[in-house]
Design a protein around this ligand. Structure first.
Ligand SMILES: Cc1ncc(COP(=O)(O)O)c(C=O)c1O
Length: 371
């Protein structure tokens, strides 16, 4: 069997959740974003851990994820953030899920089917305050609410919006979005509705103390132990949850002038010891790490040499004493006193830590620990 493992530390996840709660304060509930297989960490174990730690709400992207959580026994409220299609309405009602709502035809069908079954389905109306992605435009919200308020069988439990640039704390657009959101909250109150759950704060807003007075925050990346962008002050201590490990499967000492991997993009500048690892871009280890990444062996950083292949990567271990076949290699996470973070990898390859977690977490066998 390929010796690659993604290790998910549920103790670190719990720690991050309690750290988020401390940051948010006693009056702000937490909706944990567990969409996209909990950013590659495994939606069901993550959700179960958070549920037993007292999470208030879970957020998934689509219906299928909500149904999987219910099937796994999750009892907490679940928001389907993408919203739903017409043919998903019955399942939402049957399984007690909360759809994001921004279309009148869906509202009408939800109302009809819920009423037929003698149920009341909670909905969170999605307001677009500037992200221009999903939701009712803040300018149109009043009219939308007037249309849905008379509908039986649905309860306007929540109003929510999403921030476009909260990861840049000093950017004025976040305050503009929050002002727009406050305005529509006021408008809805004037229409006689007081949604019980109002949320806009993602991880960036949480760290920047924005929108927390609304009573609920909706973090994702902080739960998994990473900041939403580089350069956040370390006023809080989050623990990375994911580690990606492999093992050396071959060692060779080669003479000066030996080319390594596809494209002959690396030639040894001297006699070198090269270790081969069974990790490639098929395992979420980006090809952009060719001649660019570092991994940990014996607690030391060693460079990736040559191109990352589909299933194999070579590293130069010349400076590290006694590396043998079978030795542990850490591609993401800590070994000895060294650590490779998702932020480091994402900087090297010009992307964001979110993408690194999703790619690695979803491509490998995951092992859960709860130390
Ligand atoms: C609608 C919505 N809310 C909240 C989040 C969580 O964002 P973050 O991981 O930056 O906290 C996301 C993430 O993409 C999202 O799409």
């Amino acid at each position: 069997m390929i010796p690659n493992e993604v290790i998910i530390d549920l103790g670190a996840l719990r720690h991050n959740f309690f750290e988020i709660k401390r940051l948010a304060g006693p009056h702000t509930r937490i909706l944990a974003v567990v969409k996209s297989d909990a950013y590659g960490h495994g939606m069901i174990p993550v959700a179960r851990t958070l549920e037993s730690a007292g999470i208030d709400y879970l957020g998934v992207f689509e219906l299928e994820e909500g149904l999987a959580l219910r099937k796994a026994g999750c009892k907490v409220p679940i928001l389907i953030m993408m919203g739903i299609t017409s043919n998903e309405v019955s399942a939402v009602v049957e399984h007690g899920l909360t759809p994001s709502l921004f279309q009148l035809d869906i509202a009408e069908k939800l109302s009809r089917i819920s009423a037929e079954q003698g149920k009341v389905t909670p909905v969170h109306v999605k307001v677009d305050t500037g992200m221009t992605r999903l939701g009712v435009c803040f300018k149109d919200l009043r009219n939308f609410l007037k249309e849905i308020l008379p509908l039986k069988g649905i309860e306007l439990e929540g109003l929510f919006s999403h921030l476009a640039i909260a990861d840049q704390p000093s950017h004025p657009f976040t305050d503009q979005q929050i002002r727009r959101f406050h305005k529509v909250i006021e408008e809805s109150r004037r229409l006689g509705v007081s949604p019980r759950v109002i949320h806009i704060s993602n991880s960036g807003a949480l760290l920047g103390n924005k929108g927390l007075d609304l009573g609920m925050a909706r973090p994702g990346i902080l739960l998994y132990g990473s900041p939403p962008a580089q350069g956040w002050a370390a006023s809080v201590s989050f623990k990375p949850v994911m580690t990606f490990k492999s093992r050396v499967i071959q060692i060779r000492t080669v003479p000066l002038g030996t080319s390594i991997s596809y494209g002959c993009t690396y030639t040894t500048p001297k006699r070198c010891t090269i270790a081969t690892i069974p990790v490639g871009y098929d395992d979420g280890y980006s090809r952009l790490l060719s001649n660019n990444g570092e991994v940990l062996i014996h607690g030391r950083r060693v460079p990736v040499v040559g191109r990352v292949c589909m299933n194999l990567t070579m590293v130069d271990v010349t400076g590290v004493e006694g590396v043998s076949v079978g030795d542990e290699v850490v591609l993401l996470g800590a070994q000895g006193d060294e650590r490779i973070t998702a932020e480091e990898i994402s900087t090297r390859i010009g992307t964001i830590n979110y993408e690194v977690y999703c790619a690695i977490g979803k491509s490998n066998r995951r092992v859960y620990i709860d130390p």
